[in-house]
Design a binder for this molecule. Sequence first.
Ligand SMILES: [Mg+2]
Length: 478
Amino acid sequence: MALMNQNTSESGIEAAIMYVDMNSFFASCEQQERKELRGKPIGVITHPSDFACVIAPSVEAKRRGVKTGMRLPECKAVCPEMIPVVARPYIYRLYHVRILNVLKAYCDDVIPKSIDEAVLNFTTYRLVYKDLKEVALKIKADLADTEKGCGPFVKCSIGIAPNSFLAKLGTEIQKPDGLVEITRDNIDGYLKNMKLTDLPGIARANERRLQMIGIKTPYDMRHSSEALLRKAFGGVVGNYWHRRLNFREVDFYQSDYKAMSATRMVSRLQREDPQALESLFISLCTRLEQRMVKQNVYCKTVSFYMRYHDIPTWETTIHLNDATQDAVEMRLYIMQQVDQFEQSRNFKIFNNKVQSMGVIISGFIKGDRVQYSLFDNKIKQDKARKTLYHIKDKYGRDVVRKASETIRAHEMRDAIGFGSVKDFNGVVGAPDAGLMNQYLLENDAPRPVPKHVLEIRARKQKQKIAEQLIQTGHDHTA
Ligand SMILES: [Mg+2]
């Protein structure tokens, strides 16, 4: 790790990074385990439901047009023969351990990035291995070996490059079973053939801004000045992009964020209704979760404050043993403090004097530095969170929501999230099993729309029509 954290190109040492990304991981594990699924289009779903989302289509299903995040009816339309398979996280964790064991046999600096991705730092091995492509082929062979690794149905794409970002990009170029080395000689060729959004971390909004200042492809981006990229990204993020594309390591640094906060002013109507207040509070936690997922960071400190009209502010700060990214977890910790206080005094924290409230998080740890504990499900949980955010990006915020957020759907417009993986694993017999159930991913079946939501929609519709009338009126007079 030490070497990877140095600015390797400035110290004159070219780093050697390998990125391993398993192809259609959950689906491949199922095909390896169950002969009858091999060679067939399958789609792994989180729970048995006719409207479930596919979180991992097999290679065969992808070829027929099935995409991650599609619902079963949609899948049926493009690929009627697709077989839905309910996820078995236990199996995937087992395979994850086997994969790490294979990787660790070649390199002692292996960092798991998620349940199906890992990055290897070979910088100190340059005298041991002449050609990292050969090492990559050996790793592939070991992974395909039922004894040493997983078996022939579990395949991976491997990228090799002088930094972790470009190594990861290498895994995106060839799928499945890819092997791509990005060097100073071939990088421009690859980048010229890519769209900006092919770069992991470049979203449509970034793409628009870049195009506006004349940067049309990743190739243009690499050859833009640091100053121009700073302008495009509005700050230091632009410098990072310049460095990434020019062979320097930035993705292992600690996060730049000292603190993030989400705050809300409370309206008169909201403060009269304790449930509305709680919904607001949940939306704050969820917004922070969303931002942490985007930044790939975890926090170790969570603070919460409540400001009142005529009494002093109530606040609490919690230091966590294990960093978290989870809105439900943050909410739980804060509510414990709230309950404790309320029980010791005769005072309601969520009361009708509330003016504003806020959640502040700090003590950030980069995602790849979080100690992955295989026993508390963190990896699967993180992977699930990422997958679901991906689904959300594609289908809009309302597709995936925690049951807890449906209390006040209309107040949750910017609150998205989902339960921890414990939920869809079903912690049978666990003392908190009942408690966790309320955070189950909501049933995918269409729900009846609550009356108050219908009323609001009707009001908005009326307002819109009124506005349009006014506008057309103006047009006539003009
Ligand atoms: Mg993968």
